[in-house]
Design a protein around this ligand. Structure first.
Ligand code: SF4
Ligand code: SF4
Length: 446
């Protein structure tokens, strides 16, 4: 079986982002194979754990992938401040004899945005609304490389590494079966330390915030990188989660002073994209909430916003939310394609001086105390039941192969990829299927 078939068979999707099927992404030939090991979301320690505990497996996966895509240059992008992880990966490279290099990233947010990684390593700007392939590169997460090494041994994706931190008694990196309830992960880490609370699914910058009461309906998927418990008030994420878009737009109308700090610090702007959140804010402030969004080359710039959040968490002195406004415009423009301007992409020379330290962002967000609590523990456990969604990836949901009452074993395929852009799903525990709907629920053997 070829590498791509093994990857597809194993149901691998991007472990660090939206879940793009890896067999589709790697069906290419490129000059640069880049591993995203930046872990740029503050508070998370998942990728660091993988680099420290499984460096040889990461390298094994990387070697197979780099050879497959014919890369002349192979880099693992690690922040230079992460000295232990840098040493671990360099040591593994030395043992393997494989020609790869560790690239020392600066400690800024969002160093792990794949377009930043491509720019920092190659000096090339991925075109707006484009992908790294357009400049001869492919970027994969370090956890995806670990999954590839597992696939080379015939083992599909059944487990996930994730960080559980914030207001829990014992923050830890966990390795749990896919489909594990969030409540079990939090309980395993000693339970919630604050009431009322909210949950972030992912990192504090780009993760999805929900009320604590929603935690019972959340389960670990192939893309879950972290679970962060935060107080329900008194920090940026809780405030934004509670603010309606109408209020956000009204505030923009009345309080935007057009200082353009949001544009000056926008990471995509700094690598040369024509993205000017201050101009988008100005345009939106002239409009009624209910009126249709007009055709406008300025408003269309919102389509190339990666929603990193630098503008609203750090840049804006008036506590406005250009990111939420961009997100709103994207929703209203649903289906519209961004028209690339016929202009050269010119990075901003001052970029080097406008990189923002994660600690500064955390301080602005009212989460600096959590930033200081480094996650060092690691644990594994198996829950009493798992609920495995048929759609954990970009593309079509998988088609179930089992019915309620079937006995399954860990690693058994329980749903087939539905077409090329889709992914197989496997049982993550031994047990009995209790429900098949938009997800497959399995009661684990005692
Ligand atoms: S969220 Fe703000 S800073 Fe980030 S890309 Fe969008 S406009 Fe730029
Ligand atoms: S930083 Fe804030 S106040 Fe300044 S232009 Fe941007 S949205 Fe307006």
């Amino acid at each position: 079986m070829g590498l791509l078939d093994s990857i597809k068979d194993a149901g691998i999707v991007g472990a660090g982002g939206a879940g793009f099927p890896t067999h589709v992404k790697l069906d290419c030939r490129v000059e640069y194979m880049l591993v995203n090991a930046a872990e740029c979301e503050p508070l998370l320690a998942t990728d660091k754990h993988i680099m420290n505990s499984h460096p040889d497996e990461v390298l094994e996966g990387l070697r197979a992938v780099a050879e497959h895509v014919g890369a002349g240059h192979t880099f693992i992008a690690v922040k230079a401040v992460n000295e232990k992880e840098t040493f671990s990966m360099k040591d593994a490279i030395g043992r393997s004899g494989f020609r790869a290099e560790v690239f020392p990233l600066d400690n800024y947010y969002p160093a792990g945005d794949e377009q930043m990684i491509v720019y920092d390593i190659t000096g090339r700007t991925v075109p707006p609304s484009g992908i790294p392939l357009e400049v001869g590169a492919v970027v994969s997460n370090v956890a995806t490389m670990w999954n590839v090494s597992e696939a080379l041994r015939g083992r599909p994706v059944t487990h996930k590494f994730l960080t559980v931190t914030g207001e829990v008694a014992r923050p830890a990196v966990l390795k749990v079966p896919i489909g594990t309830p969030f409540t079990d992960c939090i309980a395993f880490c000693g339970g919630v330390r604050t009431e009322p609370f909210k949950i972030i699914d992912g990192g504090p910058m780009m993760g999805a915030v929900s009320d604590g009461s929603d935690v019972n309906s959340k389960y670990v998927t192939k893309t879950t990188s972290g679970i962060i418990v935060i107080p329900a008030a008194g920090n940026f994420d809780s405030r934004t989660h509670d603010t309606a878009i109408r209020k956000i737009l009204n505030r923009a109308k009345s309080a935007c002073i057009q200082c353009s700090f949001c544009t000056d610090l926008c990471p995509r702007r700094l690598i040369g994209h024509k993205l000017r959140p201050n101009m988008v804010m100005r345009c939106m402030s002239a409009m009624d909430f209910e009126s249709p969004i007009p055709d406008s080359p300025i408003l269309e710039e919102a389509l190339i916003c990666c929603e990193c959040g630098v503008c609203e968490t750090y840049a804006c002195p008036m506590s406005l939310s250009p990111r939420q406004v961009n997100k709103y415009i994207k929703g209203r423009y649903a289906g519209r394609k961004y028209k690339r301007p016929d202009e050269p992409l010119i990075p901003v020379p001052a970029r080097e001086y406008r990189k923002i330290a994660p600690s500064r962002i955390m301080a602005r967000m009212g989460m600096y105390d959590m930033y200081g609590n480094k996650v060092r523990d690691f644990a594994e456990f198996t829950p009493a039941r798992v609920r495995i969604p048929l759609k954990q990836h970009i593309g079509a949901p998988a088609k179930p192969l089992v019915e309620a009452g079937d006995r399954v074993s860990a690693g058994q395929r329980i749903a087939d990829a539905d077409g090329h852009v889709s992914a197989n799903i496997h049982a993550s525990v031994d047990g009995v299927v209790t429900e098949v709907g938009s997800a497959i629920e399995i009661k684990a053997d005692a």
